[in-house]
Design a protein around this ligand. Structure first.
Ligand code: ZN
Length: 633
């Protein structure tokens, strides 16, 4: 540790050596503790895949499907021979459309195959009643990752220019002529432009209760006369539908002016361009590389993935939970599962104690918060069951005349049929939202549930070779971070059953909202060296980090071997990160997580124990005046 930097930049003091040596892989925008673990798992899974390819003895049926698909994705000779032919089935469907009426006729088929259309439906849990699932409706995404890019003329010009160059290159590989490409792009961009004023910014999307806008059938019909949305909804779920949850009212209010006969040529070109981008990864090597060019430029990624890695992920992604289950069962045994479960419950108990001792909440609110903690369900390692659609997948292979576009359409259709059939039914809360092989964790407010996949349970987060204080500063803080999401500015609006329900007294809610505002102010406008942090965009994650850090510290203090330095150092270590400038700046605009350096430093500055332990004074950069400190949980 670089001791002289402790008081000026603790993150650098701990990670200085790593930051000097770390190399961002050519096909990545970043390298971090998260990504280092991810790359290790990637190697394990790719080695396993190579082994399975040689010998499939003992593999489950679904793993055999993964291998069959992998044999297709890695066969670049056949892919090159097929050229763009597999895409014709998609292009033909779009080319046949000449009016809105035509789109209306095939909309359900396109939706089931996830062929890009300018708006769409999905079935998710009802925020008002988490035991039911309802239909959400919204518009498609913009070509640029956030509305803020469209506001600044220079940035917009530069990025739309980049999009145009990379997409021109892609479309020419599809065989479109120069004139066709010019027309397609002009019209597609004109349609994108129509969506900009009615699209929510990343900051607006981060407030997810505002995405919940129930609209009765009659109201939807009154606003959307050009296309019968309710009829489409009913065809998709095969039931009568009396309301939609609209994620963006502005879009529905403007629906008839955007989705109109007059604009149909723009819509059609937008669909061709969007789907050419979407399906590029299923075609030749040259086309998949061209298809990723815009994303790489946006994130400052130097090179496309190698053929080998790309082929692995192309088979892994649609079957990730199947491969992840094998990973979890093989590398994360029942002993580790029990260890980690015990640790999570320990963190929940500490959380309860902290709520009991809390000085700014009334007893009534405390009781409700403790009830929410008591009913929180915990999933660790790997799930007990997988979504059933994997069993229905059938991978045919090239020998049976199939290709990667057909395989994708067929898997997507099975999956979407399963998703739409969930309408008006209770959710299965045993199904996870990420594979066990993913280095991550999450809290689901509608399930009041936390999930810790096996992959994150490694160094520097967690290891039996690390001291307890190091583990608390790592995985302990991650666990408490996820628990804190139950009480962040979004989670706090949901009750213990996962439904939207105000369980706060007015006074306590006001106090909480003030604290959330203080947290916004603490991070807002803080310079990172590549731009400033957006306090509003990152408030939920900063509340979770702050609560997580405090709770993990409390848990560490209870142990006989508690060591503050080990705790603080590992907290800073898990946030080590080196990214391309482009990627860092992109995340400042779109990521609800704050910049890593602030997650490490600002959260420590905001902690009295840290200030006292290192004797941080007014003139030190790591200093934060006590009256500026924000402690919520
Ligand atoms: Zn989080």
């Amino acid at each position: 540790m670089k001791k002289e930097q402790i008081k000026t930049n603790f993150y650098e003091a701990v990670n200085g050596e790593w930051l000097e040596q770390a190399v961002i892989p050519g096909d990545q925008p970043t390298i971090s503790a998260f990504l280092e673990l991810h790359l290790g798992i990637e190697k394990t899974l790719m080695d396993l895949t190579a082994k399975w390819e040689q010998d499939q003895t003992g593999l489950s049926d679904n793993l055999k499907k993964f291998i069959t698909l992998y044999q297709m994705t890695k066969d670049f000779d056949t892919r090159d021979k097929l050229g763009t032919k597999p895409f014709e089935v998609v292009l033909d469907k779009i080319n046949q459309l000449n009016t809105l009426k035509d789109l209306e006729e095939v909309f359900c088929d396109l939706t089931l195959e996830s062929i890009e259309t300018p708006f769409g439906f999905s079935v998710m849990q009802d925020f008002m009643n988490s035991n039911n699932q309802v239909l959400y409706f919204g518009a498609s995404d913009l070509f640029l990752p956030d509305t803020s890019y469209y506001k600044d003329e220079n940035t917009k010009k530069q990025l739309i220019g980049l999009f145009t160059t990379t997409t021109t290159q892609l479309l020419s590989l599809y065989g479109f002529s120069k004139e066709e490409i010019e027309k397609l792009l002009t019209e597609a961009l004109a349609f994108d432009e129509l969506l900009v004023p009615v699209t929510k910014s990343s900051v607006e999307k981060a407030d997810y209760v505002k995405l919940y806008n129930p609209l009765k059938k009659e109201a939807v019909q009154a606003l959307t006369k050009n296309l019968d949305l309710m009829a489409q909804a009913e065809r998709l779920v095969k039931q009568t539908v009396d309301q939609l949850i609209v994620t963006n009212l502005d879009f529905v209010n403007a629906f008839d002016s955007i989705i109109s006969e007059e604009n149909f040529p723009l819509i059609k070109s937008w669909m061709i361009v969007s789907n050419a981008i979407r399906f590029a990864s299923d075609l030749t090597d040259e086309i998949r590389i061209a298809g990723g060019a815009f994303g790489r430029a946006l994130s400052g990624i130097k090179e496309a993935r190698s053929k080998e890695k790309f082929a692995f992920y192309q088979a892994y992604n649609p079957l990730s939970q199947v491969v992840g289950l094998h990973y979890g069962e093989t590398y994360f045994g029942p002993t580790a599962k029990n260890d980690v479960k015990t640790m999570v419950h320990e963190m929940i108990d500490v959380y309860k104690e902290r709520i009991t001792e809390n000085t700014w909440l009334n007893e009534k609110t405390k009781e409700k918060a403790i009830k929410k903690l008591s009913t929180l369900t915990v999933h660790v390692g790997y799930p007990d069951e997988l979504p059933p659609y994997y069993d229905a997948y059938q991978i045919k292979g090239y020998e049976q005349g199939s290709d990667l576009v057909q395989e994708r359409l067929s898997m997507t259709k099975i999956r979407n049929q399963y998703d739409f059939a969930k309408y008006n039914k209770a959710p299965n809360k045993n199904i996870w939202g990420m594979p066990a092989s993913m280095v991550n964790a999450y809290y689901s407010p509608t399930n009041n549930q936390i999930v810790f996949p096996a992959a994150i349970l490694q160094r520097p987060y967690y290891s039996l070779d690390q001291t307890p204080s190091e583990n608390y500063g790592g995985i302990g803080a991650v666990m408490a971070h996820e628990i804190s999401h139950a009480f962040d500015n979004n989670g706090a609006k949901f009750d213990e059953t996962g439904s939207l329900n105000n369980w706060w007294t007015d006074q306590d809610l006001e106090a909480f909202n003030q604290k959330a505002k203080d947290m916004i102010a603490l991070f807002d406008g803080v310079e990172t060296g590549y731009g400033v942090c957006n306090g509003e965009l990152t408030v939920s994650e900063n509340i979770a980090d702050s609560g997580g850090l405090r709770c993990a510290l409390e848990a560490s203090k209870k142990g006989s071997t508690h060591n503050l330095e080990e705790f603080f150092k590992n907290w800073a270590r898990v946030w080590r990160n080196k990214s391309s400038l482009e990627y860092s700046q992109l995340l400042l605009r779109v990521d609800v997580h704050g910049p890593s350096i602030l997650r490490a430093n600002m959260q420590l500055s905001n902690l009295l124990e840290f200030q006292d332990f290192y004797g941080i004074g007014e003139n030190d950069q790591m200093y934060l005046a006590k009256d500026k400190m924000v402690s919520i949980w």
